[in-house]
Design a protein around this ligand. Sequence first.
Ligand code: FES
Length: 229
Amino acid sequence: MKQAKNDTQNENKFKIKVTKNGPYLASGGIPLSEQVICVDNDDQCHGWKEGKKYPPQESYALCRCGHSQNKPFCDGSHARVKFDGTETANHKTYMEQASEINGPSLKLTDVQELCVGARFCHRAGGAWKLTQQSGNSEAKQTAIEEICDCPSGRLVAWEKNGKAIEPNFEPSIGLVEDTQAKKMGPIWVRGGIPVESADGKPYEARNRVTLCRCGKSSNKPFCDGSHLK
Ligand code: FES
């Protein structure tokens, strides 16, 4: 896995703005596509595949209330349903909130609040146990795969020298499709695109972030897995 690109490269060109009780405004020509959770022969979530690609647009509005008839785009239904999109997430950095597990050759950091229930971390005993077994190279490799597949960046793997192991994402937006659960998942913001709250305050720009698109999250604008309930 390569280190992610410097997030600051994307700060000027790309942006996602949360609007008050309305959609996300994506600007800068951010590529948009479906991203589908793959399931292996043991019924475990394992890897991603790209689905439908949307035609490029300089800017577009993505529904976050869950009621648009023109998903993934906003059609104004948020006003009709009187969507309450109040942002309840904190503005702390990931590392300010993270707990950590130290294995023999890998460290795992975890912010449980960011979990979207994508389940990649369950395979082969789970990412936490595999981290503790990371003296074994196969366990270490599986742990890294699982942690890097986590769309929200709840989980981050670190080499013992302190270097984060991140998937190399181009700035882009993925619309998560959870075919196993038969649900639409979150909006997956990749490659360090800044997300700004309705009041203008930025959230930490990260390589992996997931935004609610069903309107039910208790941690808006971030997904908290409520689409699965
Ligand atoms: S946010 Fe506008 S229709 Fe959902």
